[in-house]
Design a protein around this ligand. Structure first.
Ligand code: PMP
Length: 398
């Protein structure tokens, strides 16, 4: 007998909120798709071709020689002053830098919102479908998440009014939504803000993709029209680099101090070195030169996927949309097919996507799926969409 056998085993008891935490379905899928030879439209990663490596090399040099010790020290929880100012200046409405909180990715913004605004059983309204990472961030606070019906223009306001009772907020993605790629129309934005005002309903607007438009910028954000009732989340992940883990939130003055306290408890502050790097990179209007190159690349990628879909899906009852920006396209399989069940067959043929169901707060449309068009090459897009079409033809004749 070993000495250890006499020791009582540690009795871990999970908190109730831990039981609400699930492995991200997407991360599980990505494990399969990382197998060599698989063409993946599943990931949510920006194209690494867009990362401005040289600008960051120069900024590192500059930040370290200017005030290297300051840059490596602990810093203020609100964020680096010049970066807060730069964020306020980037936004298309009048934002006081004091209202800007720098976060560790916009994902942290979602976590802080949940901690500050959601109790056990609180009603939280989301679009149908919505960003899976937000559902994950909200889940540990044990909310009652309710999907509001949505169409190609955004949330259905009649359904919103029906479901509104007692809701803490509506979480909404106005531009090039993850997962559907859709953008809320100008008319719907106006009507939503009017309805939110009438119902005194707070909004949480998540806008990481707004700058990635292809032909024309989307209408101004909801926060620009309803700043007193909106927490706005932005990110540097899609316009500079996701590895920096830097995002920001703009919140009304009565709620910002609570978000700040929640952030202090979470991580004291976001990486101060990275904040100084971004402030340095942003000087002299860098984004105005850089973001158009991302738009041009992603637009060409979207076009390649639309062409491949039109060519390969002929004769199959598959529907898809043509997003005006962002990274994702949303598709719907023929009646009777379930994207979760189709996926392993597609992987067998060498192509992967993300099924739509995990993006629904309640009843899912099992036929839906999300296709990222930004990381595959043109040849991979052609071959991958052909493989997907072959999979569907094969399943349809079984
Ligand atoms: N919101 C949405 C809608 C997203 O798609 C993502 C990234 N997938 C995030 C928030 C989180 O992004 P980050 O934390 O990198 O800013």
């Amino acid at each position: 007998m070993k000495a250890n056998d006499l020791q009582p085993q540690p009795g871990w008891t999970l908190a109730r909120r831990a039981e609400r935490m699930n492995p991200s379905v997407i991360r599980e899928i990505l494990k399969v798709t990382e197998r060599p030879g698989i063409i993946s439209f599943a990931g949510g990663l920006p194209s690494p071709l867009t990362f401005p490596v040289e600008a960051f090399r120069a900024a590192c040099e500059q930040v370290l020689s200017e005030d290297g010790r300051g840059a490596l020290q602990y810093a203020a929880s609100e964020g680096y002053g010049p970066l807060r100012e730069a964020v306020a200046a980037l936004l298309p409405w009048n934002v006081d830098p004091a209202q800007v909180l720098i976060t560790t990715g916009s994902q942290q913004g979602l976590d802080l919102v949940a901690k500050v605004l959601v109790d056990h059983g609180s009603r939280v309204l989301v679009e149908t479908p919505t960003y899976l990472g937000a559902l994950q961030a909200f889940a540990p606070m044990e909310p009652e998440v309710t999907g509001v019906a949505s169409d190609a223009e955004g949330v259905d306001l009649a359904d919103l009014a029906r479901r509104r009772a007692g809701a803490r907020f509506l979480y909404v993605l106005s531009n090039f939504q993850n997962p559907t790629g859709r953008t809320m129309s100008e008319a719907r934005r106006q009507a939503l803000v009017q309805t939110a005002r009438e119902l005194a309903l707070p909004l949480v607007e998540d806008n990481p993709y707004g700058e990635l438009w292809f032909d024309a910028p989307p209408p101004p954000p909801l926060a620009a029209r309803y700043p007193e009732g909106t927490i706005y989340l932005g990110s540097f992940s899609k316009v500079l680099s996701p590895g920096l883990r830097l995002g920001y939130m703009v919140a009304p003055p009565e709620i910002l101090p609570k978000l700040l306290q929640a952030k202090q408890a979470a991580d004291l502050h976001s990486p101060s070195f990275n904040q100084r790097l971004v402030a340095e990179v942003l000087r002299d209007g860098f984004l105005e030169r850089h973001v158009p190159t991302i738009r041009a690349l992603y637009k060409a990628q979207r076009d390649a996927m639309l062409e491949a879909l039109a060519r390969e899906m002929r004769g199959l009852d598959v529907q898809w949309n043509a997003p005006d920006g962002g990274m994702f396209l949303w598709a719907r399989l023929p009646a009777g097919m379930d994207a979760v069940q189709v996926l392993p067959h597609a992987v067998e043929r060498g192509v992967a996507f993300v099924p739509g169901s995990p993006f629904y707060a309640d009843a899912a449309d099992a036929r839906t799926l999300r296709l990222s068009f930004v990381t595959a090459t043109r040849e991979q897009i052609d071959a991958g969409i052909a493989a997907l079409a072959a999979t569907l033809r094969d399943l349809a004749t079984r």
